[in-house]
Design a protein around this ligand. Structure first.
Ligand SMILES: NC(=O)C1=CN([C@@H]2O[C@H](COP(=O)(O)OP(=O)(O)OC[C@H]3O[C@@H](n4cnc5c(N)ncnc54)[C@H](O)[C@@H]3O)[C@@H](O)[C@H]2O)[C@@H](O)CC1
Ligand SMILES: Nc1ncnc2c1ncn2[C@@H]1O[C@H](COP(=O)(O)OP(=O)(O)O)[C@@H](O)[C@H]1O
Ligand SMILES: [K+]
Length: 500
């Protein structure tokens, strides 16, 4: 953003004109969300840079529209343009105070810091932020909540907890970092006509980090099958999963795979689980495996031709016993998705990941740390990219903002989700779903999407299904089985909602 902004200014767009253009939009949005009749008193926090300048333009506009405006600016030295706006606000009779004795305001506007913030916030400024948060009144943050590091999303000591954040121009990475989520509130983008040429000049035609949106995700799904296909051309998936202890994980992965539309689904489980799996997934071919005394897979049947499958998904509910099975799966030449215990096993044998075919790893933070102990998770987007580059695999880092990185360094992030998905088994559903989609892309009639696009699409679909279930059933109603069964109806809704 800084580099793009510099290009715009170098091309002689006056800085003050751009600030005015942006701030007038913020003022308009402010008045729609917080109308004068209900929110007559506005407190405005002004920082030393252009974020503070934006806030002062908004303060001026709100003053003329009839709001009672009170400015708080705990800084002595301001950038010139910000200083000019402050002088003019004072001339208009808008009260300006430096300290924390806060008036009773109905709503706050946060213009302390924007994308220029990097240092820890201390002293009076920190006190001001804490005091405004403590009022309980709604807060609109300009560009970023003050106190949030724009790239990593980390809290710089303390941060405004915004009700609404109006992000200016282009999404900053912090909007997709979990550390920032509690501070962001509802986030929307304010467009101010950045020339496309300036964006491409700085970011290239494909930015390194991209939000996965409905257009991309729906385009990557195999929604239209060729007319004359047979089942083996629409993906031949093998799931290797389950143990007596974790039988449900195998069922949930199977249900996720079912929703993918995969042509042929086989599930290798300890023999004792076969009747249960048959009952839950009548369409699947259940492959009984020899088991240890503790109910783990001992070995895959010698007659099983692993090379016949287009994709193998391995690990859900496996336990850490079947190491040789994981090694055998990774020695195959086709796409492998590793989850849960598959990841825990491979963490001790990273060399097994050196393979020519595509490997997809789907760790949560705990599994990620075991796999990549040297990679710092403070910046999740950088961490997932480093992991993909290091392991030459596709890495999907689970959590509130799922991030997916390819060995090329490209990162996709799922911009919307719901904490209702933080529930045992929902990851198993995702593994089955994405393995089933990957299997179809390797069928004889492949869809055009690349593996990374398919993994992103699966994660998007999974998160959107969670969100749609929350609407119907509250956050308490998103258990993993319900999630798996809802994938298809949710997809139907998503297609209808995003058509045209
Ligand atoms: N994106 C764009 O091109 C536009 C940007 N504008 C605004 O300009 C902002 C960026 O302006 P600036 O580059 O001036 O940066 P900021 O307004 O974020 O402020 C940076 C200033 O704060 C100081 N500072 C940073 N952390 C501090 C701390 N912890 N304690 C005390 N002081 C601290 C810095 O030394 C610097 O002087 C954007 O966020 C946005 O609000 C708009 O005015 C117009 C369009
Ligand atoms: N706070 C959250 N908000 C949104 N999604 C979440 C959150 N926490 C977890 N998830 C999602 O829920 C799933 C949990 O998967 P995982 O941790 O593997 O659990 P399990 O192994 O029990 O299935 C992942 O898809 C993850 O991204
Ligand atoms: K701000």
């Amino acid at each position: 953003m800084q580099a793009i902004e510099a290009r715009i200014f170098a091309a002689d767009m006056p800085v003050a004109a751009l600030m005015e253009k942006v701030a007038l939009q913020i003022a308009a949005q402010f008045q729609v969300r917080y109308p004068l009749v209900d929110y007559p008193q506005v407190g405005v926090l002004v920082g030393p840079g252009h974020n503070g300048g934006d806030a002062l333009v908004v303060a001026r506009e709100l003053h003329f529209r009839g709001y009672g405006v009170q400015v708080y600016c705990p800084f002595e030295r301001l950038k010139d343009l910000t200083q000019s706006h402050l002088r003019y606000a004072t001339t208009l009779g808008i009260p300006v105070q430096p300290h924390c004795a806060l008036a009773d305001c109905d709503v706050w506007l946060d213009g302390l810091f924007g994308f220029g913030q990097s240092r820890n916030i201390t002293g009076t400024v920190a006190q001001l932020i804490d005091a405004v948060n403590a009022t309980g009144a709604p807060i609109i943050s300009i560009d970023l909540p003050s106190g949030i590091q724009p790239d990593t999303g980390q809290v710089l000591g303390t941060a405004i907890r915004a009700t609404v954040t109006l992000c200016l121009g282009l999404w900053k990475q912090a909007f997709f970092q979990e550390a920032a989520l509690p501070a962001l509130g509802e986030s929307t983008l304010v467009d101010f006509d950045i020339p496309a040429a300036d964006i491409t000049a700085v970011m290239g035609s494909r930015p390194l980090v991209q939000r996965v949106d409905h257009r991309w995700a729906l385009a990557a799904l195999p929604l239209q099958r060729p007319l004359t296909v047979h089942k083996y051309q629409m993906g031949n998936l093998l799931l290797v999963c389950g143990s007596t202890r974790y039988a449900g994980a195998a069922i949930l992965a199977g249900l996720g795979a079912r929703a993918s539309g995969v042509g042929m689904l086989s599930i290798a489980v300890p023999a004792a689980l076969k009747p249960l799996l048959n009952q839950q997934l009548p369409e699947a071919l259940i492959i009984p495996c020899s088991a240890t005394a503790t109910g783990e897979i001992q070995a895959l049947p010698a007659s099983l031709d692993l090379a016949a499958y287009s994709t193998i998904g391995c690990g859900c509910g496996l336990t850490q016993g079947p190491q040789a099975v994981v090694e055998q799966v990774l020695a195959q030449g086709q796409t492998v998705v590793l989850d849960a215990d598959g990841l825990n096993i491979v963490a001790a044998h990273p060399a097994w990941l050196s393979r020519a075919a595509t490997t997809v790893l789907t760790p949560h933070v705990g599994e990620f740390r075991r796999l990549f102990p040297a990679i710092d998770l403070a910046d999740r987007l950088a961490a997932v990219r480093a992991a993909a580059l290091q392991s030459r695999t596709i890495v999907l880092l689970k959590g509130a903002r799922v991030a997916i990185a390819a060995p090329s360094g490209q990162v996709g992030v799922i911009p919307e989700s719901t904490p209702a998905l933080a529930r045992g088994g929902s990851g198993d559903v995702l593994t089955g779903l994405l393995a089933g989609l990957l299997a179809q892309s390797h069928g004889a009639d492949p869809v055009a999407s690349s593996p990374i696009e398919i993994v992103q699409a699966a994660a998007w679909w999974h998160a959107q299904t969670g969100r749609s279930l929350v609407v119907d059933r509250t956050q308490l109603g998103v258990d993993a089985e319900t999630l798996a069964i809802a994938l298809i109806p949710a997809l139907k809704q998503l297609i209808v909602a995003n058509s045209g």
